[in-house]
Design a protein around this ligand. Structure first.
Ligand SMILES: C[S@@+](CC[C@H](N)C(=O)[O-])C[C@H]1O[C@@H](n2cnc3c(N)ncnc32)[C@H](O)[C@@H]1O
Length: 468
């Protein structure tokens, strides 16, 4: 961290931390911690012995690898996520095993959403939202790579959810904030910081909470988090919430050796992560239960839906493509989607007033009398492995495939092949005899110049990848 800390930030932190301030200030000069979280539907082992204590699937790395060159990143085998944020897992551990409908309101780029997708009790639904269009596209990409079919990505303002009164069992508000907790890894967070901005953020957070509050059902859980230290955006907002609504505290089990700082405001518990005490960046989280309000009644018959159930013929075209019989096949203007059958009424209802970026797993594109397998299907565990011939790629070939270069692996059969790297699917390519055609999404391709890596430097990088 080369940029000087703003004077008024330093003064406030001195008052806030007392004799811990020096250790805190010192920790801001240490290198930021690198960590990843594993997608257990794609990899079941352990990365190393250095687990993030509050997450079963989080691991610290000794050094930051060149992630772009690791096919496993592109295949959604892991997500690069700051360790403190993985504390969200402790809140989800409080849920029973009953299915839940979860809204992640401020979702992009997808750290919390991919984590939630892994933590959901069976048969649950995740609606992951992001208000900024370009960021919603990134959120959608990351969730497609993660592969969970029980996900809907939306691009809406928080107030658009008010019409879904009492619909969600859990709402996560990982609010836009002044980002003091990111000072160590992001110099812009320092230059953009001002006391006025922290106040502006606090007011915006209250607006966001007030706008989305009706969508939480009575007895439902709100998880509120920021990556900042000032009480205005944290404990003061808990006090505000306590006055605004009828809420009950939910406390989380925290082990002393984690170094988490427990705070309290208006009887509500907050959990603070300071980098001089916890191995991670700055973070704040609180969990409350809503005590009053309405429960949703989902209309079962809605006219004018964009999603129609696929015909018997269309279903026959993808026979045996899926490993799950829980999926309903939907047709959206010639695109076939697999979506959990138990939630199609909910999807139809959501689609009435929200901008849906994607829903479920795009399974294929109808072309005359055949279906072209969709890239997202390759990345989802709902794909029936064994239906398509597979080709295992070397690291070089995998990187060239992800760069959208021509590859010519050995294949006996013509037609669509599932390409894998270390047995994890990366995408599709069609063997035309003299060449392969790939439908790897252009927008997702590796954009950097890979020449020097293919000429020998790739192995050096491989030695630093999280899963070796
Ligand atoms: C802290 S980030 C979310 C990070 C994300 N939860 C994750 O774990 O990857 C906050 C998000 O809120 C979005 N945002 C900004 N203004 C907002 C508003 N007024 N209402 C809702 N979300 C907003 C930002 O675009 C940003 O993506």
């Amino acid at each position: 961290m080369a940029t000087l800390l703003p004077e008024s930030f330093t003064q406030r932190m001195q008052a806030q931390l007392g004799n811990e301030f020096e250790a805190f200030q010192q920790s801001l000069s240490d290198a930021a911690v690198s960590s990843v979280r594993i997608n257990t539907t794609k990899f079941s082992g352990s990365v190393n012995d250095n687990q993030v204590p509050w997450s079963k699937t989080g691991f610290y790395l000794e050094e930051r690898p060149f992630y772009t060159l690791d096919p496993f990143l592109h295949a959604g085998v892991y997500y690069v996520q700051e360790a403190s944020s993985m504390f969200l897992e402790q809140a989800f551990q409080q849920l029973s095993n009953e299915p839940v409908k979860v809204l992640d309101l401020c979702g992009a780029p997808g750290g919390k959403s991919t984590h939630i997708a892994s933590l959901l009790p069976e048969n649950s639904l995740l609606v992951s939202n992001e208000v900024i269009r370009s960021r919603a596209v990134i959120l959608s990409e990351n969730l497609k790579k993660w592969g969970n079919p029980s996900v809907v990505v939306t691009n809406n303002d928080p107030k658009d959810f008010a019409s879904f009164k009492g619909f969600f069992d859990v709402i996560v508000v990982d609010a836009p904030c002044s980002g003091e907790g990111l000072f160590r890894r992001d110099e812009n967070a320092i230059t953009e910081w001002s006391p006025e901005n922290t106040q502006h953020c606090a007011q915006r957070q209250q607006r966001i909470l007030a706008d989305v509050w009706p969508a939480l059902k009575p007895g439902g859980i709100l998880i509120y988090s920021t990556c900042t230290y000032n009480p205005g955006e944290n404990e003061e907002n808990l006090k505000w919430l306590n006055e605004f609504a009828d809420v009950e505290n939910i406390s989380l089990p925290v082990k002393a050796e984690w170094g988490v700082t427990e705070t309290e405001a208006a009887g509500l518990s907050g959990y603070r992560f300071y980098p001089h005490k916890t191995k991670g960046e700055g973070f704040f989280m609180a969990v409350v239960r809503k005590l009053d309000g309405e429960t949703a009644r989902i209309p079962r018959k809605i006219k004018g839906t964009a999603f129609t159930t696929a015909s018997r013929n269309e279903k026959a075209l993808i026979e045996n493509w899926l490993s799950s019989d829980e999926m309903e096949l939907l047709n959206l203007n010639g695109t076939l989607l697999s979506f959990p059958g138990r939630y199609t009424a909910e999807l139809t209802w959501l689609q009435q007033s929200l901008r849906i970026v994607h829903a479920g797993i795009k399974t294929g594109e109808l072309k005359k009398k055949e279906v072209l397998p969709a890239h997202e299907l390759a990345l989802s565990p709902i794909l029936n492995r064994g239906k398509f011939p597979e080709i295992e790629l070397s690291l070089d070939e995998a990187i060239r495939f992800l760069h959208r270069d021509d590859i010519r692996p050995e294949a006996k059969e013509r037609g669509w092949h599932l390409l894998t790297y270390r047995d994890v699917p990366l995408g599709w390519a069609k063997n035309l005899g003299n060449r392969f055609n790939s439908n790897y999404p252009k927008e997702w391709r590796i954009r950097m110049d890979i020449t020097e890596y293919l000429a020998g430097k790739l192995d050096e990088e491989k030695a630093k990848f999280p899963i070796r």
